[in-house]
Design a protein. Structure first.
Length: 389
């Protein structure tokens, strides 16, 4: 079969592959602690589920407008305006099945051979995959442990030039949990303006934050017109399986993204969108409880990792991932992650699943109970001690 060349440039997300390997071990009777997958282990809040069911019963089971139903676009515009302190009109909002298509469609709409895109590394693997797929050149901006995994803005300035079409920022970040400060964002905004680059601000973890507060790059002068803001419901409201995300676009870009929606998925299921309206406008206590529980787990996990000789873990300021340095084990991170899975029964992801600058680290998702995290820590400790003798 003669497959299109661009397919050889399309990457993937290792989390799904490790999940499959962990499930295969479970099928053989092994007990595995799952710290590999990036989704909250909480139920979608009951009021949100009810709104979805009500919409199904009311007949919202047909095609709906490609950019999203007016009610949800209006609520998203209101929510983004209030949380980012900017003016947003509902026309700028495009709703998609999950937030991932926002990065897919934005990169497709903007990037072509000859363009460069600067993206965080280690970072969400789909950035690099989509940049390469579109034929543009991926330019990794390293995230370093010594800077609590915040982008080094001086280094970034050296990576951006007049060929740079897009700069991707992700704060709070996956996989490291780093959170950019207001000053970091201001410096990134200056670089973007200087080189007339657009910014894709992936703010999917904006409401899962433990230290300081979330700042958006859209808040700086001249930035709303050059920023695509990506956010969604998957993480904030434990709605990964509903598939509901959105982008807020500069006005001239929104109709083009809508055309990509029409050409690919047609629309996002309307009943899911009604659940989204309830998530944004209904009570927020379930979300707050979830974040507090994540904080408790983070503290247990990070303290436990730092107590294991040979490991070191920065305290992540947001998201729900720990990204410990495992260089002290003397193993490459992929080998360490494999041994953790096969010998210790703990599923994690090698740092290199998130790009070459992830070597020396593994990602642990703390979307699991404190009891299981304690058990995982004991198992990791046993393996690391075995490696040291
Ligand atoms: N952006 C980042 C940084 C993520 O980690 C994820 C999901 O893991 C997404 C976007 C996509 O989220 P969704 O499940 O809504 O497509």
């Amino acid at each position: 079969m003669r497959i299109a060349k661009c397919m050889s440039r399309l990457g993937t997300e290792t989390a799904f592959e490790v999940l499959a390997r962990a499930k295969a071990l479970e099928a053989q009777g092994r007990e595995i602690i799952h710290l590999e997958i990036g989704e909250p282990d909480f139920d979608t809040p009951a009021n949100v589920v009810e709104a979805g069911v009500k919409a199904l019963r009311a007949g919202y089971t047909h095609y709906s407008p490609s950019p999203g139903i007016a009610e949800l676009r209006t609520e998203i515009a209101r929510h983004v305006a209030a949380t980012r302190h900017i003016d947003v009109s509902a026309d700028q909002v495009v709703v998609t099945p999950g937030a991932k298509p926002i990065m897919f469609f934005s990169i497709l709409a903007l990037c072509e051979p000859g363009d460069e895109v600067v993206y965080p590394n280690p970072g969400f693997p789909i950035y690099e995959s989509m940049i390469s797929f579109a034929g543009a050149t991926p330019v990794p901006a390293p995230l370093r442990e010594s800077r609590q995994f915040r982008l080094d803005v001086d280094e970034l300035a050296g990576l951006v030039n007049d060929r740079t079409k897009l700069i991707i920022v992700n704060s709070p970040g996956n996989p490291c949990g780093g959170v950019l400060t207001k000053r970091d964002l201001e410096a990134i905004a200056d670089v973007a303006r200087k080189h007339d680059a657009l910014v894709l601000a992936d703010e999917i973890y904006s409401r899962i934050i433990y230290e300081g507060e979330h700042h958006s790059i859209t808040g700086f002068p001249g930035m709303p017109e050059r920023t695509i803001l990506l956010d969604g419901f998957s993480k904030t409201y434990a709605m990964t399986g509903w598939r509901l995300g959105y982008g807020v676009f500069p006005p001239e870009l929104a109709p083009l993204i809508t055309r990509l929606v029409t050409n690919s998925v047609s629309c996002t299921p309307a009943f899911t969108q009604w659940a989204g309206v309830e998530a944004l406008t209904g009570p927020q206590d379930a979300r707050r409880r979830m974040v507090e529980e994540f904080r408790r787990r983070r503290d247990v996990l990070v303290a436990g990792l730092n107590a294991i000789p040979g490991l070191h873990c920065e305290l992540p300021a947001g998201a729900f991932y720990a990204f410990p340095n495992v260089q002290g084990t003397g193993l490459q991170c992929r080998t360490f992650a494999d041994r953790l899975l096969y010998e210790a029964g703990v599923a994690t992801l090698a740092g290199t699943s998130f790009g070459k600058h992830g070597e020396g680290f593994v990602r642990l998702s703390y979307a699991n109970s404190v009891e299981n995290l304690q058990k995982a820590l004991d198992r990791i400790d046993t393996l690391v001690r075995k490696l040291r003798v």
